[in-house]
Design a protein around this ligand. Structure first.
Ligand SMILES: Nc1ncnc2c1ncn2[C@@H]1O[C@H](COP(=O)(O)OP(=O)(O)OP(=O)(O)O)[C@@H](O)[C@H]1O
Ligand SMILES: [Mg+2]
Length: 310
């Protein structure tokens, strides 16, 4: 085995090892705890919301997920917290450091699948040249698939409508994105994909809510019985959801707002942002910008269960 592959493989065996003897802060990676964090922050690049190409320094939701995830995970989240990016980053690192790995990310539609693939393509494109031309040379890369022949590893992005996505494969890393929006027999698609993952493989089911019913809702409700770790990320995990100008006019608070200030420690800037957001999105705000793992499921236009039943 050539040296570059042997080095990647050594890293792959110790991704969760804590960093010691190195002061990550000195390298600008203040949030790094493990070899995996160091690789993600050190070699992966993302487009941030201002369209700049930046290092992937994990944000609050990403750090919390990284610190608490297991082999089986279900993530209920507000919009745009960076979960798709971070799961892609973890799986990309696992794919390039563990020879023989098959990673599959499944999006709810074609457009999202292409967006996810762009994230992964950007990871590869911005790797150091020595890696791209060496161990991580690709034999094939189209809008759906990246193959690393020297490692015998592969990264695929499929859509939930692709009924054969899991057939005939052993999938080591499976990410099912926006599961609550999967159309066409989502339970069967999910069952088929999950059957392809061995016990020591990683599964992440992730979605913003979409009504109190359907496969994602059921999976969330039964996570304790099925052995899935629940992760809930409300909107205030993103520090950008603030309205600085509006904060001055926010007092007096409504009883509901006072409750949030007490329970979640929201600032006036966050309350001001919430007011505008609720005025604009109305009923959908509670779904798209979840605040707790119960009411967010009841907010959908597709569900008639009233809040009085909570
Ligand atoms: N650590 C980070 N640093 C800077 N930008 C980030 C980081 N993580 C994600 N982003 C950017 O934040 C935006 C949202 O990321 P992403 O699509 O992964 O979130 P999401 O929670 O899956 O969103 P959605 O609810 O739309 O599915 C993207 O523009 C992404 O590039
Ligand atoms: Mg997403």
């Amino acid at each position: 085995m050539s040296q570059d592959i042997a080095l990647l493989q050594r890293l792959g065996m110790s991704l969760d090892a804590k960093i010691s003897g190195l002061r990550p802060r000195a390298f600008g990676f203040s949030e790094c705890q493990t070899i995996r964090d160091l690789l993600i922050a050190g070699v992966l690049r993302v487009r941030n919301k201002k369209r700049g190409l930046v290092r992937l320094l994990p944000n609050r939701a990403q750090r919390e997920f990284g610190g608490t995830c297991t082999h089986r995970n279900i993530v209920l989240k507000a919009r745009q917290l960076g979960i798709t990016t971070y799961v892609a980053a973890r799986f990309f690192v696992q794919t390039i450091t563990r020879p023989g790995t098959m990673t599959v990310q499944v999006a709810h539609d074609q457009e999202s699948a292409e967006e996810i693939f762009k994230i992964v393509h950007r990871f590869w494109e911005n790797l150091p040249n020595a890696m791209k031309r060496g161990a991580l040379t690709r034999s094939r890369a189209n809008v759906r698939q990246m193959v690393f022949p020297r490692l015998d590893s592969e990264y695929r992005v499929a859509t939930a409508a692709d009924v054969n996505a899991g057939r005939g494969l052993t999938i080591h890393n499976l990410h099912c994105s926006e599961v609550a929006r999967w159309l066409r027999d989502p339970a069967e698609a999910l069952a088929s994909l999950r059957a392809a993952v061995p016990a020591d493989g990683d599964i992440v089911l992730e979605s913003t809510p979409n009504g109190a019913g359907g496969v994602f809702y059921e999976e969330w409700q039964h996570a304790n019985e099925t052995g899935y770790t629940r992760h809930f990320f409300p909107w205030w995990y993103d520090d950008e959801y603030r309205d600085r100008a509006g904060a001055e006019r926010v007092r007096p608070l409504t009883p509901e707002e006072q409750e949030l200030v007490l329970s979640a420690g929201l600032s006036d800037e966050q309350i001001a942002w919430r007011r505008t957001n609720r005025a604009q999105l109305r009923k959908l705000a509670a779904q798209e910008y979840a605040e707790d793992p119960i009411s967010c499921f009841l907010a959908s236009g597709e569900c008639e269960i009233g809040r009085a039943h909570v």
